[in-house]
Design a protein around this ligand. Structure first.
Ligand code: 3PG
Length: 210
């Protein structure tokens, strides 16, 4: 799958932080049970790569990706763990070089028009707008569609279940990302049923025309 296929699989890519390795598989299963198959597990905890590996091996239907890629060496480590795609909060020349050396498809983060030009020059046409709400939200994406009509975005950061539909209604938005499907208290209390319910709530967020 390329990045655009992944972005079009579902309207929401949950941004996941795993503190306890044993939570990874049941949490991923809860999301998949709710119809959310594309998962971004962030490299923010010591167990992140092992959590990706467990999901890749054990959760049928999951399309597991790695989030918070910030260093060139993250590409190899993520591929070895079984990740199918990567997401970065920004883009540097070092990350561009690593991405083009790697088989891991990358959704790179941008926040400004200059970032967008640099990413497009490096060959990326699917971009994560991060942090989306703080960067200007829906108005920013509408403004970017003028000079950059060929680009598709996954806005992430500051988006919730109530604002997601406004983003998904934009023609240059293929999906959105966010952490609201995996609230910290639900994960801490292993309330997988609540996470499945939240995942189910994403099904009708995307307008039928998209
Ligand atoms: C992140 O990197 O944590 C994501 O952007 C999620 O942001 P959110 O918690 O505002 O959804």
């Amino acid at each position: 799958m390329d990045i655009l296929d992944i972005m079009r699989t579902g309207p929401v890519i949950p941004v996941i932080v795993i503190d306890r390795l044993e939570d990874a598989v049941p949490l991923a299963r809860a999301l998949v049970a709710g119809g959310v198959r594309v998962l971004e597990l962030t490299l923010r905890t010591p167990v992140a790569l092992k959590a990706i590996e467990a999901i890749a091996n054990e959760v049928e239907g999951a399309i597991i990706g790695v989030g918070t890629i910030t260093r060139p060496e993250d590409f190899d480590a993520s591929l070895k763990a079984g990740a199918l795609f990567g997401v970065s909060p920004g883009l540097t020349p070092e990350l561009v070089a690593a991405a083009w050396d790697s088989a891991l498809p990358l959704l790179p983060g941008v926040m400004t028009p200059s970032d967008v030009i640099a990413a497009r020059t490096a060959g990326f046409t699917e971009l994560k707008l991060f942090p989306a709400q703080q960067a200007g939200g829906v108005g920013m994406l509408q403004a970017l569609s003028g000079p950059f009509p060929d680009l598709r975005f996954c806005p992430t950061g500051g988006i919730s279940g109530t604002t997601a539909a406004q983003f998904l209604a934009l023609p240059n938005v293929a999906c959105v990302g966010g952490s609201w499907l995996t609230p910290g208290d639900a994960v801490a209390s292993r309330d997988w049923g609540r996470i499945t319910t939240l995942a189910r709530g994403t099904a009708d967020l995307r307008p039928a025309a998209h």
